[in-house]
Design a binder for this molecule. Structure first.
Ligand code: PLP
Length: 264
């Protein structure tokens, strides 16, 4: 009875500035009517201007957070964000295999907008080989998809090819976010479903500085909608619409790339 409320989990890094990472995930899930739990993988000293420092959590504490959550809550979907380094990626993979936490949404976060590395280079292969095969959905942007597939993505044909490559490597569904395409006036995302169906999601590019935490927000929204029982297609459509609204609204705090307004 008490476990009937939809519950989701974010496995990621904190953002002391409140705009991205775990704070963005928690706000998003709350706004979508889903209770959120969290496994803190790393702590960052960060604000709207950038990441000033980051520190990974001890493996033991990562294991203990998973154990605490799994022994009490009934998690229906989970997502990963910033995973820091090989030790942390391996710890997360080990725990995802140990516990049943529902469908897994992998946001393969690598570099923050300001240029700070949120995943070390030597951890990329572990994400590719060990985490990606567990993903019900993976949500890379173009640079992340290039890193994971080795494909130099320049146009829509390359985007499709990269998505199929990610599926061959074990991810069931792919949302490849085109917002980082050079000179593009649109934010075209490509979706490849488990059954081989696909679709393009087109939206005009929004000209704003308030883009901090967009990747976290769309993946958290999709995770929340899956936890509520929506299909993958419905969850992705809701995620895309929700993140567009949060970018349009924005919240004007700080001196750099301001946060989204999750209160929409
Ligand atoms: N900091 C943390 C802890 C994150 O998890 C993420 C994104 O996943 C970011 C920063 C990235 O923020 P930005 O949207 O500015 O690239």
């Amino acid at each position: 009875m008490i476990n009937d409320y939809p519950q989701a989990l974010t496995i990621a890094g904190t953002d002391s500035g409140g705009g991205a990472g775990i704070p963005a995930d928690v706000k998003t899930m709350q706004m979508r009517g889903v209770y959120s739990a969290m496994v803190v993988v790393a702590v960052t000293a960060q604000n709207t201007l950038g990441v000033q420092d980051a520190f990974p959590m001890p493996e033991k504490l990562i294991d203990e957070q998973f154990a605490s959550i799994a022994s009490d809550l009934k998690i229906r979907a989970c997502k990963t964000g910033m995973l820091a380094d090989p030790i942390r990626v391996k710890a997360v993979v080990r725990n995802l295999k140990k516990y049943n936490l529902g469908p897994l949404i992998v946001d393969p976060v690598m570099v923050a907008k300001g240029g700070a590395k949120l995943l070390s280079d030597d951890a990329i292969a572990i994400v590719r080989n060990e985490l990606l095969p567990l993903a019900t959905l993976i949500t890379p942007n173009i640079p992340e998809a290039c890193e994971l597939t080795g494909i130099n993505i320049k146009d829509k044909t390359d985007i499709k090819r990269a998505a199929h490559e990610l599926q061959k490597r074990g991810a069931k569904n792919i949302l490849l976010k085109g917002g980082h395409a050079e000179n593009s006036q649109k934010a075209d995302d490509y979706v490849l479903f488990e059954d081989g169906n696909d679709m393009w999601l087109t939206a005009p590019r929004i000209n704003t500085k308030n883009t901090h935490g967009t990747g976290d927000t769309i993946s958290a929204c999709i995770t929340a909608e899956i936890a509520k029982g929506h299909s993958m297609e419905q969850a992705i459509m809701i995620g895309k619409t929700y993140v567009e609204q949060t970018i349009k609204e924005g919240i004007h705090v700080g001196h750099g790339h301001g946060p989204l307004n999750h209160w929409v």
